[in-house]
Design a protein around this ligand. Structure first.
Ligand SMILES: Cc1ncc(COP(=O)(O)O)c(C=O)c1O
Length: 392
């Protein structure tokens, strides 16, 4: 399996078959597992083998298939599946940190990630320093002996800034800090995060892995030591496990991840090129465009420019709302990574809890619209965006 290319791993890695030899992955919708004897139950609580399970909060065969498939694809030794992407972010950070530890994180983060850093970790005595994640000098100045972890989104939500994984990892590793990367926007497709120095990689599998807007889920990937000795004891006792049903949906979703993400990224690039320079737009942000501030870095870290773009409309909130309301194919929502194309106004939804000042620092102006490209016909999407821009 180690010699397989990513597309083959996405379809086959981690597959376990029951005694019936089913072709498609079975869903083991069970909370518990039967022991042949009291002695076997006792033994399993002392040491659980790879095909043995105790309770679905600890592990489940369907969930294990998804964990092994994603670990094989990501190139990590192990993985732990969680109930949502936020359960993964929380699980990775809280299981690792204790009072007195120091964390450095990029300030360009999804609102709930910022909540964990600003409102949760601090309450338990963890010191957090936020830096401009795109500025290596700020990382350098912030880390110190005693910095236990660094955390950042490799592509930031929603402004699509690219963090230099290798550069940040070099700085973090000098002081012995663990590099934890939220790779949601980059997607697991040909992820280079581990090769570039990430020690742990996190996904909201709610997004591109499901890919069809159905189930919540998350994944923490890393070394066997980190997953089994740090993450698992915390998560299995605090209840952040992924449901077997959701894991089964995602096992089918991930089979088509490569095809879906490539198709959506091709459309995203075509749309970005078609609307670049449009009179109603102050700026089109797309990492696959040559004018993106970190285009070269994006190209070195990702197989394509990604499935998301951000449009900055000239007329502020009013123009952004007119644009959103005029779209006919795109759906207004706060989600992303779906086969349906989706649009979000971050300032009034996903990032509305930030202060005006924090939003301004993060580059989330009133005219900014986040666009997640789906699998519809590219030309139809371009025409929909063009007509809505006229209406804006
Ligand atoms: C970058 C990033 N990380 C984490 C999450 C959280 O994922 P979930 O909604 O599955 O908890 C999101 C959700 O939008 C996200 O965009």
């Amino acid at each position: 399996m180690n010699n397989w290319n990513s597309r083959t791993k996405l379809v086959h890695a981690g597959t376990r078959r029951s005694q019936y030899g089913e072709v498609a992955e079975a869903i083991f919708l069970t909370q518990g597992f039967v022991y042949d004897s009291a002695e076997q139950a006792e033994a399993r609580f002392i040491e659980t083998g790879p095909d043995e399970f105790i309770y679905a909060r600890y592990g489940n065969p369907t969930v294990r298939m998804l964990e092994e498939r994603m670990a094989a694809t990501e190139g990590t030794e192990d993985a732990f599946a969680t109930a949502s992407g936020m359960a993964a972010v929380n699980g990775a950070l809280v299981s690792l940190l204790k009072a007195g530890d120091h964390v450095v994180a990029a300030r360009q983060l999804f609102g709930s990630c910022l909540y964990i850093l600003n409102n949760v970790l601090g309450r338990y005595g963890v010191e957090v320093t936020l830096v401009d994640g795109t500025n290596l000098a700020e990382w350098e100045a912030a880390v110190r002996p005693g910095t236990k972890a660094v955390f950042f989104e490799s592509v930031s939500n929603p402004t699509l800034e690219i963090m230099d994984i290798a550069g940040i990892a070099r700085i973090a590793h000098r002081v012995g800090a663990l590099v934890v990367v939220d790779n949601v926007f980059a997607t697991p497709l040909e992820s280079r995060a581990v090769a570039l120095g990430a020690d742990a990689v996190i996904y909201s599998t709610t997004k591109h892995v499901d890919g069809q807007g159905r189930c919540l889920g998350g994944m923490i990937l890393g070394t066997k030591e980190f997953i089994r000795k740090t993450v698992e004891p915390y998560l299995k006792h605090t209840g952040g496990a992924m449901s077997p049903f959701n894991a089964w949906v995602m096992l089918k979703g991930i089979e088509t991840l490569d095809l879906r993400v490539r198709a959506a990224a091709d459309s995203a690039k075509a749309i970005a090129e078609a609307i670049q320079g449009h009179g109603k737009l102050a700026h089109v942000i797309y990492p696959g465009l040559a004018d993106h501030a970190q285009h070269a870095l994006a190209a070195s870290q990702m197989p394509n420019g990604g499935t998301l773009l951000a449009l900055d409309l000239k007329g502020g909130k009013e123009a952004a709302f007119r644009f959103l309301n005029a779209l006919r194919i795109f759906t207004i929502t706060n989600n992303l990574g779906d086969s349906k194309s989706l649009v979000t106004h971050p300032a009034t939804t996903t990032h509305s809890s930030l202060t005006d000042e924090a939003r301004a620092v993060a580059g989330i102006g009133p005219g900014l619209v986040r666009v997640s490209i789906g699998l519809e016909d590219t030309q139809d999407l371009i025409e929909d965006v063009m007509k809505a821009l006229e209406a804006a």
